[in-house]
Design a protein around this ligand. Structure first.
Ligand SMILES: [Zn+2]
Length: 201
């Protein structure tokens, strides 16, 4: 059984940071607040999961790596983009840092990540960026900037964005069970049923 916690926001623009756990093992999704031992024991953090490479989703990856030594995971299409201020968009917004320069593991469609007594499945959802993806677990989907509450979608005008690709990714997510709870990279949660109603699909 997956437990989900939303961590405090600590920066402007920052994505929602989800701390998920199962049976004492933890994963943080899009860490944009520094690691704090009050969240969980550092040794229990197994993964640092990224939905895509954008700066506002990776602000505090280094803090979590330093504290926990956990594996950083992102689409195989965006491992290099973490270090590329054009693709991660630090170039456009903020030059106080340029990216995450440590090790990261590439993930692809259908890859499984065991966590405690459950598992996550990775779904490629390109469109907002080429390497955007969702982490699916039980009745939950962590979708980054592909879809948002209210029938909205991620912008496609940034490097590697594509409306044609995001259309396919939205259709793919819409194929998940209606009761799937969708946790986006910004804003509040919705469900697949509600998203389809709001978007008129
Ligand atoms: Zn983004």
């Amino acid at each position: 059984m997956l437990k989900i916690e939303i961590l405090e926001m600590s920066r402007p623009f920052s994505a929602v940071t989800y701390l998920i756990s199962s049976n004492g093992e933890y994963a943080v999704i899009d860490p944009t607040t520094p690691y704090n031992p009050e969240y969980c024991d550092a040794a229990d953090v197994k993964y640092i999961l990224l939905t895509h490479c954008h700066f506002d989703h990776i602000f505090d990856v280094q803090s979590w790596v330093d504290a926990t030594g956990a594996e950083v995971i992102i689409s195989e299409h965006e491992v290099d983009a973490l270090k590329d201020p054009y693709r991660n968009c630090y170039l456009f917004y903020n030059r106080t840092q340029d990216g995450y320069f440590g090790e990261a593991t590439g993930i692809k469609e259908g890859d499984i990540l065991p966590l405690g007594d459950t598992e996550l499945r990775y779904m490629e959802c390109p469109g907002h960026t080429l390497g955007s993806g969702s982490y699916l677990c039980e009745q939950f989907a962590f979708v980054g900037d592909t879809i948002f509450k209210g029938g909205a979608q991620g912008r496609v005008d940034l490097p590697t964005g594509s409306q044609a690709m995001i259309n396919d990714s939205i259709a793919k997510l819409a194929g998940l069970p209606d009761n799937t709870i969708v946790y986006p990279g910004h804003g509040e949660f919705t469900t697949i049923k509600q998203y389809k109603l709001d978007r008129g699909i």
